[in-house]
Design a protein around this ligand. Structure first.
Ligand code: PLP
Length: 400
């Protein structure tokens, strides 16, 4: 056996990739699976992005890209935030990364020394805690209540901050809850972070996907020049380019330079072809988005309506962003599957929904809330309707 580092032995694998693999292997074995596990949009990227990539290949974009990103893309990202949100940000404050995930990884490695603390609101995206731990940091979790629509309690968040807090991580709209955090709460958390000198990392990958209430661009609250706030964003969700692996972060120049130094030792710059595609996506027509968001709202409503008819799957508050629902399934705890297994965790429930109903969901444990499962509605209405029927049939098979 290879002797692996303590670091990698103790970090959990990504549960979202694990459930996807399980659903795919069931499908390959001939089962019909309705996949509500995917954390990616089902619509196509803007056509201009694909054309720009082809043009980049034809024009010979085969060499290493600059580590911090192609100058044109860095400038386009800065311009987008200047124009749309009024931030006072220059291209030198932008780092192009391999997806939003690597921006967050870079930030953990760049900001945390062993034992330093990072405040995370839970339920939280599956990689926040592992990334903090891989950097030797200590995640300090502040749970958000399902009954309150997963809105954070700013006083609890402030109480979790100490002089060891290096950053607080915010995500609105959130994965997995879909919650759009109220601006007043964000402002209170921001003020608390400022008091202890902690950086605010605002993961804004879903900012453009909101329904009833808009999500704010965090630094517009009190830091338009990005002196202590970092935005993490990517073309993955809004532009439906998950596989292209282009993300970006905007923040204080010294932090961006430090993260670029790290990137120079691990991944180098993002592929020029993909950066060309991302540039075209950001600077091309944006009118594709409004119908996409309207379509997602219809799908959310269909899934919400469907779940309302299923006893044991409870959505306390309808979320108004991203493309996920995170209903509670704890009322199913204690019930038995037809072969006698007693459900006691979110993982048990997700496994039962997959086995009895052929519906793939992601258990809440990986997000820090085992009473829930995550359902993605970034799939067709017919799939959603099918999922609802199957979920009802699966739950009806549970006894006790
Ligand atoms: N942050 C959140 C909240 C996410 O949901 C995801 C992906 O699901 C990421 C970051 C990572 O994004 P990317 O696919 O661009 O690496």
């Amino acid at each position: 056996m290879t002797r692996l580092s303590h670091r990698i032995r103790t970090v959990p694998a990504s549960p979202t990739f694990a459930i996807k693999a399980k659903a795919q292997s069931l499908a390959a074995a001939g089962h019909t699976i309705v996949d509500l596990s995917a954390g990616e949009p089902d619509f196509l990227p803007p056509i201009g992005a694909s054309e720009a990539a082809i043009a980049a290949v034809r024009s010979g974009a085969h060499r290493y890209a600059p580590v911090a990103g192609m100058p044109a893309l860095r400038e386009a990202v800065a311009a987008m935030y200047r124009d749309q949100h009024g931030l006072r940000v220059s291209a030198s404050q932008v780092l192009v990364t391999h997806g939003g995930k690597q921006a967050l990884y870079n930030l953990c490695q760049t900001l945390l020394d062993p034992g330093d603390e990072a405040v995370v609101l839970t339920p939280a995206w599956v990689s926040y805690l592992p990334q903090i731990e891989l950097a030797g940091g200590v995640p300090v979790c502040v749970p958000c209540d399902p009954a309150a629509g997963f809105q954070p309690d700013p006083e609890r968040v402030a109480a979790a901050m100490t002089e060891r807090t290096r950053f607080v991580l915010l995500n609105s709209p959130a994965n997995p809850t879909g919650a759009v955090i109220d601006p007043e709460r964000l402002a209170a958390i921001d003020a608390a972070a400022k008091r202890v000198g902690a950086v605010v990392i605002s993961d804004e990958l879903y900012r453009a996907i909101t329904f009833e209430s808009e999500a704010i661009c965090h630094p517009t609250l009190d830091d338009p020049a990005l002196e202590r706030t970092v935005i993490v964003d990517a073309v993955s969700k809004t532009w439906a380019m998950t596989g292209w692996r282009v993300g970006f972060m905007l923040g204080p120049k010294d932090l961006i330079d430090a993260a670029a130094k790290l990137q120079g030792h691990c991944t180098s710059g993002v592929c020029r072809i993909n950066e060309a595609a991302a540039l075209a996506a950001l600077t091309g027509p944006q009118d594709f988005l409004a119908p996409v968001v309207a379509g997602l709202r219809d799908r959310r409503d269909a899934l919400v309506r469907g779940l309302a008819g299923i006893d044991g799957i409870t959505l306390d508050v309808v979320p108004s962003g991203a493309f996920y629902l995170f209903p509670r399934v704890d009322e199913l705890f204690g019930r038995r599957t037809p072969n006698g297994a007693v459900l006691t965790t979110g993982e048990d429930v997700a496994a039962a929904l997959l086995e009895l109903g052929g519906v793939a969901t992601v258990p809440g444990e990986g997000f820090g809330e085992g009473r829930c499962v995550r359902m993605s509605y970034a799939t067709s209405l017919s799939q959603i309707n099918d999922a609802v029927t199957r979920l009802a049939e699966a739950v009806a098979q549970l006894k006790g």
